[in-house]
Design a protein around this ligand. Structure first.
Ligand code: XMP
Length: 327
């Protein structure tokens, strides 16, 4: 029988042995719960849904159907990694939906941050539900709910059930194999299941993705600039030993242009803002002290490699007064 709540005396999973024992127990429980039925999972490529996918692949193999919706707001290389890890390496039954045009068309001209979030969330549910309707005989819906989600929803801080958003006629029994785990435990379990370290130890990434890092109305060219600059920042942070040390780091491309000069000619292009912060719980945050040498390297690479960008700025503002994200 699976535990519905985290037992008070549960030992914190801090090593591979404890993780393996948890995995063995869960796999047996999942097989008992699911039998020979089919399970559906929205696989975003984030830590929690990836670990749930890896666990279910071990437990029920091809009875799991993963749906990866690419909303066009993911980081460079992310959809490719989901396909490589889950379809090619783990042999998962993976439905990949490139819904980029659908999302970007709906978002065209929308400037209000909360409206943007609602459109992204609503469209996600719609695309996912459409895919689910194409499948026969699904009885279960797997979710990457974790223990802090349950505690926070009990305290009324946030609602976590993705299933809550699905249309009324789509009723599934929930499968939540990591729901009694804390985040650090989910990561160890994920590693033990054979997921790549850069997938289980990745920094937090908001559901609306790069959409909130492209403030105001999203355009494809500015979105591309955010994505390319972010990829350079992540590459250089990894090379300089900051990956896994800095809590969250990313780029923002605001919707204004300034003059510059390139090859003796005047330019009129966007700036890239770099944000790198440390925090315990994201309620407050301090800015990372990036070395001047690394900043200069980032400026050089971003201004020469990212199309449409002629300046790089560093955001020195802690939370408060600023939030971590720009929208
Ligand atoms: P802020 O900007 O409020 O962010 O200081 C705190 C943390 O929450 C993340 N964040 C989000 N995550 N959906 C998410 O899943 C969202 O709409 C969202 N907004 C902010 C942010 O990346 C940071 O880690």
């Amino acid at each position: 029988m699976v535990n519905d709540r985290r037992p008070d005396d549960m030992v914190r999973i801090t090593n591979k042995e404890l993780a393996q024992a948890f995995i063995d127990e869960q796999i047996a429980a999942l097989r008992e719960q699911i039998g020979n039925k089919k399970v559906l999972l929205a696989l975003s490529g984030g830590v929690d849904s990836s670990v749930v996918a890896a666990m279910l692949i071990k437990a029920v193999g091809q009875q799991l159907v993963c749906v990866h919706v690419n909303h066009g707001l993911l980081r460079k290389g992310e959809p490719e990694q989901v396909i490589e890890v889950f379809r090619n390496q783990m042999k998962a039954n993976l439905v990949y939906v490139d819904a980029t045009d659908r999302f970007l068309d709906k978002l065209a001209g929308v400037t209000d941050p909360e409206t943007k979030r609602k459109i992204i969330g609503g469209e996600f549910i719609e695309v996912f539900a459409e895919e689910a309707r194409k499948l026969d005989g699904i009885e279960f819906l797997a979710q990457g709910t974790i223990w802090p989600d349950i505690l926070e929803s009990e305290k009324g801080i946030k609602a976590h059930h993705n299933a809550g958003g699905l249309p009324e006629d789509m009723k599934f029994e929930l499968v939540e194999p990591v729901k009694i785990l804390f985040k650090d435990e989910v990561r160890i379990v994920g590693e033990c299941l054979g997921l790549p370290a850069n997938m289980v130890y990745r920094q937090p990434f908001p559901g609306p993705g790069l959409g909130v890092r492209c403030p105001g109305a999203i355009t494809r060219d500015r979105l591309e600039a955010v994505r390319e600059a972010d990829a350079i920042l992540r590459e250089e942070f990894a090379k300089h030993g900051l990956e896994g040390k800095v809590w969250q780091y990313f780029t923002v491309v605001p919707d204004f242009k300034s003059t510059g000069i390139r090859d003796g000619k005047r330019t009129f292009e966007w700036p890239v803002i770099i944000r790198a912060v440390n925090t315990q719980d994201a309620m407050t945050a301090e800015v990372e002290n990036i070395s001047f040498d690394l900043m200069q390297l980032l400026v050089k690479r971003i201004t020469s490699e990212v199309k449409g960008v002629n300046r790089v700025l560093y955001d020195f503002t802690p939370k408060p007064s600023a939030t971590i994200e720009y929208e």
